[in-house]
Design a protein around this ligand. Structure first.
Ligand code: ZN
Length: 462
């Protein structure tokens, strides 16, 4: 590390790649038993052809990447991650803020205490850890939430803008201006809203994010309406933390979102609307699911759902009284079923990492997809394909990233290569087992040291 706290190696230029040779591509149109060469030009895939071992020179030029025998996939994506609250538990500056009860109220309380101490230095330090570890895992796109309110002012946003520029050659960081606190009600609502609107003037803000459920009951709808109208007026994506409860008595608010988009006559062309958490819908009947899917499809609304299972399951499930009986209700959006059975758009994300909202887990989306096999009881070949898409192509689509979907001619050259070429005898035995299929890759993701990441046609060397 140098004096800025930036890992030294991240200052190296990414290396442009002209051709990836001998890779195993996992897509239905490619024979999984064959190896392929992928040609790259102007940041895009320009050709995919059968690999000819005889055409490989004994010494490879620096712009040809040896992937002989290795699995290659499209790159990964965090569609929802809190950049400013990452790794509070790893940073000595916040060491005194320990979990004692481990519940949502305490997480909010510790989050507020931490925010009062946030400085540009620790925000960028912790943010760098998050981005660097994510990119090393294969993430080349992320939607990063940056909070703006009375306690932090523009500190989180300005740190996010700095990190976006600093890591531009490795990863596209899409900044979501985020109101975690009330902006329509409560003693600080008015001041929070004024700051939020002022922050909209930063050109780097691409997404408007709010948390309707933190408002007083009678202002939840106002929050949703305001966010949708801002999205329409400023042509921005909208991202709502919504319906984070398991209470049959609380009316789900997704209907408000649909109605507000329709009543505002917003016809988004490039913008998307996302609803995250939404655990309340786990109480839906099949009929309610079908009605929801129909109203989104029939009105051609660009609404996606992001499941945040690690946070959902940690925050919920507390027994209703101190005796701690067996009653531990918890749930998370059943994303694979929403996609497969109801034709909805969805993805999954890590949300938080290393803080009181989600103490556990890493920055690796593949690890999250792997946990999804057990969480969603989704272990068939089709399910596993779906889980991979939920941290790759579906995640990118949900946040409005275009052209970075698959390994095919015309797609952006954003890819991850797993393992070492021509067998793994140069790495320790504990890392030699190959991953030759998607099942193997998702069921037990390889070490991030055994992944090579290509973004915009360049090899990431962090
Ligand atoms: Zn979140």
């Amino acid at each position: 590390m140098d004096r800025t706290g930036m890992p030294q190696s991240s200052k190296a230029q990414s290396r442009p790649i002209r051709r990836v040779i001998g890779a195993r591509i996992l897509a239905s149109k490619y024979d999984p038993s064959k190896l392929f060469d992928i040609a790259i030009g102007d940041r895009h895939i320009v050709d995919v052809s059968f690999h000819d071992p005889k055409s490989v020179p004994s010494t490879l030029p620096i712009d040809i990447l040896d992937a002989r025998g290795c699995l290659i996939t499209p790159s990964l994506c965090h569609p929802h991650v809190h950049l400013d609250k990452a790794f509070l538990m790893s940073d000595p500056k916040f060491a005194d803020l320990k979990l004692e009860r481990g519940d949502f109220a305490e997480a909010m309380e510790l989050g507020r205490k931490a925010k009062e101490r946030f400085s540009h230095e620790d925000l960028t330090r912790r943010g760098r850890w998050l981005v660097a570890e994510s990119v090393s895992s294969g993430v080349t796109y992320m939607r990063a939430f940056a909070e703006v309110d009375e306690s932090v002012g523009f500190k989180c946003l300005e740190a996010a803008i700095e990190l976006k520029a600093e890591f531009a050659q490795y990863c596209e960081i899409q900044i979501c201006l985020f109101a975690q606190e009330p902006v329509m009600s409560g003693p600080r609502g008015r001041q929070n809203l004024e700051l939020f609107l002022k922050a909209m003037e930063y050109p780097e803000v691409e997404v408007i994010g709010t948390t309707p459920y933190v408002e007083e009951e009678s202002f939840i709808h106002t929050n949703i309406k305001y966010a949708i109208n801002l999205g329409k007026a400023f042509k921005k994506h909208v991202d709502l933390h919504l319906d984070y409860n398991l209470d049959q008595a609380q009316a789900p608010r997704i209907g408000d979102v649909i109605r507000e988009i329709r009543f505002s006559s917003w016809r988004p062309v490039d913008e998307c609307v996302v609803a995250g958490h939404c655990t309340r819908y786990s109480l839906f009947s099949q009929e309610q699911w079908e009605n929801l899917a129909r109203s989104i499809r029939n009105n051609e609304l660009p609404i996606s759902f992001i499941g945040l299972p690690t946070s959902d399951l940690f925050i919920q499930g507390r027994p209703p009284d101190a005796s701690g009986g067996g009653e531990r209700a918890r749930a998370t959006l059943q994303i694979p079923q929403m996609i497969q059975q109801y034709g909805l758009e969805g993805a999954i994300s890590i949300n938080n990492v290393g803080n009181a909202f989600t103490p556990h887990g890493s920055c690796d989306p593949l690890q999250l997809a792997s946990w999804g096999i057990g969480l969603y009881q989704a272990g068939t070949t089709t399910d596993i394909e779906c889980l991979f898409e939920c941290v790759s192509s579906r995640a990118k689509k949900a946040i409005g990233i275009k052209g970075s979907g698959g390994i095919e001619v015309g797609a952006k050259a954003d890819m991850v290569i797993y393992g070492s070429p021509n067998g793994n005898d140069r790495v320790p035995l504990s890392r030699q087992r190959p991953r030759l299929g998607l099942q193997d890759l998702v069921c037990d993701p390889p070490n991030i040291r055994d992944r090579r990441v290509i973004f915009n046609g360049c090899l990431v060397e962090l």
